[in-house]
Design a protein around this ligand. Sequence first.
Ligand code: NAD
Length: 266
Amino acid sequence: MTAPEFDGLVAVVTGGASGIGLATAEELSARGAKVAVVDLAPGVLPEGLQGFAADITSRDQVDRAVNAIVAWGGGLDILINNAGIPAVGTVEANDEAEWARVFDVNVFGTVRMSAAALPHLRRSRSACIVNVCSIAALSGMPDRALYSATKGAVYSLTLAMATDHVHEGVRVNCVSPGTVHTPFVDRNLARADDPAAELAALNARQAIGRMVAPEEVASAVAYLASPQQGSTTGVALNVDGGFTNLRLRPPVTTTRVAMADESDAS
Ligand code: NAD
């Protein structure tokens, strides 16, 4: 019998107690990795996942969590920078404190975790980082100025880190999900004037006609993190139901356009 794909590898998933992070942690565990979940309060996790409480906005908490994970797992091979928070509004909508708060989680949290993990990743036989970016990094989306700016930074950081660490044997990639049905989206829906209409609009916005499933993003993250993908680095993989690249025709109307010869005949 062949060994599972991630056999002998230790993975860390930030924000792994909910949504995309939880689905990713479960996927990596199912494929044989030893998986640590870093979250504010990991709570009771499914069997096979080990929780480590830490706020990624604290350098001290991040360093302590990474050291504890290395002691627990005997090393660190895979870092999934998934923890992130939403922000709604135009560039005028949020004050500077809110801009700082969202950047502190979505961007600086990724920076802190990566810096803490790199000394251990350099010792791995199959090291990689996968950042969870967003379609908001590359497409203009209404009322998402702050959130989009953080994800644009995550996208650029992915390419810069992939370049810096390629000769150290550390691959760095990201996934860019479209709208994924997670508690993150449900919280936004709950704040909408008409949640049912907002839900229908979110489903319709993607070419496949529905939101992305967390498990679909998890599978893409696992693909990028796989020891079988040693040649894949500096890649942003869209998991977006066609949102970014497909240009669908609007529905065809039933109004008949008269042909020139028909009108001549009248
Ligand atoms: P979620 O809210 O379901 O889960 C996020 C997790 O991150 C939570 O468990 C939360 O406790 C944790 N977290 C938040 N701040 C933290 C901090 N300071 N320290 C440690 N943990 C913290 O969200 P989700 O929808 O699964 O989103 C996960 C990632 O995917 C985020 O980076 C988000 O920006 C990105 N994303 C989500 C969507 C979507 O539509 N849901 C689309 C594109 C990208």
